[in-house]
Design a protein around this ligand. Structure first.
Ligand code: ARG
Length: 562
C-alpha cells in the first residue's frame, strides 16, 4: 500500500497532478504532526494562495475513510493520521511475504551500471586508503543489482607507469625469486622502497627504470613475464581481503589494458581540433571551463592517467553500453574526473553526462596519517585481523559458551570494519577507531547484529506461531518500529540515487534502537493474549528480515547467536 499515493489521489488541487502531490508528501519526524504531512509552501505559486489557505481548503475537501482516519490543517501543513492497525498490517504482510526480496525492485530494468571501485595498485599492499572505495563500491554494486540494474564491477588496476620499470630494475639488482614468491607484495614493496633510497644518490637509475618500462610496453618477453608475475602476486594478496569483505569484480581490466587503445582517442582529439601543443606536450585547453589543461601526451609522447581513463570510458561504453558509469574514487581526484569528463563531452560523446565521480573522504587510523613511499603504511588486512581478534575477545567474554565463536567473531569483526567506513556521508573524512566500531552500545554493526541475535532467540523460543492479528490499539513502540521497517524500500532507492550506502546503515541503527525499545517495553513471549503474542512475534520476524536484507546489501553477515 502506497500511502503517499493513496492520499494524493484523494486531494483536489487544480493544476497539480496526484504524482506531484505524492512527491511533496513527507513522513514528519514528530508524530504530533501526524503520520504523513503535505507541506503546502511549494503549491503557493501554482495555486496563487497562501500555504495556510491552501492547507485549509484542501482539508475542507478531504473525506476521511478507514485508511486515512483524519486530516488537519496546521500552519500551512496538511497533516494526516492513518488507520494505524491497517497500516501496520500492510507493512507486516509486505515484509513477511517478500522475505529476502523485501526492499528489492525491478526498476533498473536490466540497465547496466558500470562501477569502477577498489582499483588497487600493483605491487602495493592493500592499505587503509583503499577501504572506502572497496566497501562503498561493493555496497553500491549490491544495491544496484537489488534494484534490478545489472552492475558491472570493474577493478581498474593501477598497473601502468614507470614505477613498474623501477620494480624490474630493483628486482634484477637485488631480487630473489623464492623470497618474493614467499613474501609476495611485501617483498615487492621492500624492493621498491630500497630502489628509491638508492636512486637518491644514483640518479642514473631513473633512466634504467624508464628503459625497463619501455620494454614492458614493447612486450619484451622477459620484462612482461616479470610484470605479469608481480600482478599475480598482488592479486593473490588482495584476494583474501576481497573474500573476507565478500567483494567481487566482473573485470580486472586495468590501466595497462588500454595501452593499445589510446592512439585512436588521441587521433580523434586531433581530428576534432581539440589538441593543442604546449611546451612540447599535447593538451586539451580547458580554460573556458575554469580548469587547468588536460594533458593527453607528455613531451616524450607517453600517455597519462587521464588518457587511459578516456580510453577506458570509451571502451566501457562500447562494451557494456552502460546507463551510468560510476567511479568510486577519493575526492583528491576531483579535478582529474572533471577534466576528462569535460574532454569527452567536448569530443561530442553524448554519454559523457552519464559518467559520475562518486567521491569520498579519507580514512585514517587514530594514530595518524601514513605515506606509501616511506613504508609506514596501515595495511587493511592488519586492521581487519585486529578487529576480528578484538571481536573474538568481546564475544568470548559476553558469551563463553557460544559454540562457533570464530565464525561469529569473523562476522562481527569484518562487519565493524565495513560499517565503520559506511556510517557517515561518504564525502566526510573518517578517523577509524577500534573501540568505536566495536562498541556494543554504539551506532555500530555489532549493535545491529546483536539486536538480530536477540530477535532470533525470541523467535526460536516461540517455535511455530500461528496466525497473528494486528491489535486495534497499538503501542507507540510497535507502531514506530513498523514504520521504521516500512522506510527500508524508500531508503534503498535514495541510497542508490545519491550513492550513499550510509542511509542504509543509519536505518539499520534506527530499526535496531526501535526494536530494542519495543523488546524492553512490550512483552513478546509473555503477552497477555495469544493473538497479541503472535502479532509481536510477526513484528520481530519482520525486523530480523529487514535488518538481514539491509546488512547484506552492505556486505555484513548476521550471526544467529551471539
Ligand atoms: N588506482 C587508482 C588509485 O589508487 C584509482 C583508480 C580509479 N579509477 C580510475 N578509473 N581512475 O588512486
Amino acid at each position: 500500500m502506497d500511502y503517499k499515493k493513496y492520499i494524493a489521489e484523494r486531494l483536489h488541487a487544480e493544476g497539480v497532478s496526484a504524482e506531484e502531490l505524492a512527491a511533496l508528501i513527507v513522513c514528519p519526524p514528530d508524530p504530533a504532526m501526524g503520520d504523513y504531512a503535505l507541506p503546502c509552501f511549494k503549491l503557493a505559486k501554482t495555486l496563487r494562495k497562501s500555504p495556510v489557505a491552501i492547507a485549509e481548503s484542501l482539508c475542507a475537501d478531504f473525506t476521511a475513510d478507514e485508511v486515512i482516519g483524519k486530516a488537519e490543517a496546521v500552519n500551512g501543513y496538511l497533516n494526516f493520521t492513518v488507520n494505524r492497525t491497517g497500516m501496520v498490517g500492510d507493512i507486516l504482510k509486505k515484509v513477511l511475504s517478500e522475505g529476502a526480496r523485501y526492499g528489492a525492485s525491478d526498476m533498473g530494468g536490466g540497465r547496466v551500471v558500470c562501477i569502477d571501485y577498489s582499483s588497487v595498485n600493483i605491487a602495493k599492499r592493500f592499505h587503509i586508503g583503499h577501504l572506502s572505495t572497496t566497501v562503498l563500491g561493493a555496497a553500491i554494486y549490491r544495491i544496484m543489482n537489488f534494484l534490478g540494474y545489472k552492475a558491472v564491477g570493474i577493478n581498474h588496476l593501477g598497473d601502468y607507469g614507470t614505477q613498474f620499470g623501477k620494480l624490474i630494475s630493483a628486482y634484477k639488482l637485488w631480487g630473489d625469486r623464492e623470497e618474493v614468491e614467499k613474501q609476495g607484495v611485501s617483498a615487492l614493496n621492500e624492493l621498491y622502497v630500497r630502489w628509491h633510497k638508492e636512486a637518491e644518490t644514483h640518479p642514473e637509475m631513473e633512466d634504467e627504470a624508464r628503459a625497463y618500462f619501455k620494454k614492458i610496453e614493447e612486450k619484451d618477453p622477459e620484462c612482461l613475464a616479470l610484470f605479469d608475475w608481480f600482478k599475480e602476486l598482488t592479486l593473490k594478496d588482495v584476494a583474501r581481503i576481497y573474500e573476507l569483505l565478500d567483494v567481487r569484480f566482473d573485470s580486472y581490466a586495468g590501466e595497462s589494458f588500454y595501452s593499445d587503445k589510446m592512439a585512436p582517442v588521441v587521433e580523434e582529439l586531433r581530428e576534432k581540433g581539440l589538441l593543442k601543443e604546449s611546451q612540447g606536450a599535447q593538451i586539451v585547453d580547458l580554460e573556458a571551463y575554469d580548469m587547468p589543461p588536460c594533458i593527453i601526451l607528455k613531451k616524450d609522447g607517453s600517455s597519462l592517467y587521464a588518457t587511459r581513463d578516456m580510453a577506458a570510458a570509451i571502451y566501457r561504453k562500447n562494451t557494456y553500453d552502460f546507463y551510468k558509469c560510476l567511479y568510486v574514487v577519493a575526492y583528491q581526484q576531483n579535478l582529474h574526473f572533471k577534466q576528462f569528463f569535460k574532454v569527452l563531452e567536448l569530443m561530442g560523446k553524448p554519454w559523457a553526462k552519464d559518467l559520475v565521480h562518486v567521491a569520498y573522504g579519507m580514512v585514517s587510523l587514530e594514530e595518524g596519517a601514513m605515506s606509501t613511499r616511506k613504508g609506514n603504511v596501515v595495511f587493511l588486512e592488519d586492521v581487519i585481523d585486529k578487529c576480528i581478534e578484538k571481536a573474538y575477545a568481546i564475544v568470548s567474554e559476553k558469551n563463553p559458551d557460544l559454540e562457533n565463536k570464530e565464525e561469529v567473531a569473523k562476522k562481527v569483526g569484518v562487519g565493524a570494519v565495513i560499517f565503520g567506513a559506511l556510517y557517515n556521508s561518504k564525502i566526510k573524512d573518517i578517523v577509524f577507531s577500534y573501540d568505536k566500531v566495536l562498541n556494543f552500545e554504539g551506532e555500530t554493526s555489532v549493535y545491529v547484529q546483536y539486536t538480530c541475535a536477540r530477535a532470533n532467540s525470541v523467535l526460536q523460543k516461540a517455535g511455530d506461531a500461528a496466525g497473528y492479528a494486528v491489535p486495534a490499539s497499538l503501542t507507540a513502540e510497535e507502531f514506530d518500529l513498523a514504520r521504521a521497517l516500512d522506510a527500508f524500500p524508500e531508503t534503498v532507492l535514495s541510497a542508490a540515487e545519491k550513492y550513499e550506502p550510509c542511509l542504509i546503515s543509519r536505518l539499520c541503527v534506527d530499526i535496531a534502537q526501535k526494536f530494542n525499545k519495543f523488546y524492553f517495553n512490550c512483552k513478546i513471549l509473555t503477552a497477555e493474549r495469544e493473538e497479541l503474542k503472535n502479532f509481536r512475534l510477526a513484528l520481530t520476524k519482520a525486523t530480523l528480515q529487514t535488518l538481514t536484507n539491509a546488512l547484506s546489501l552492505l556486505g555484513i553477515g548476521v550471526p544467529e547467536k551471539m
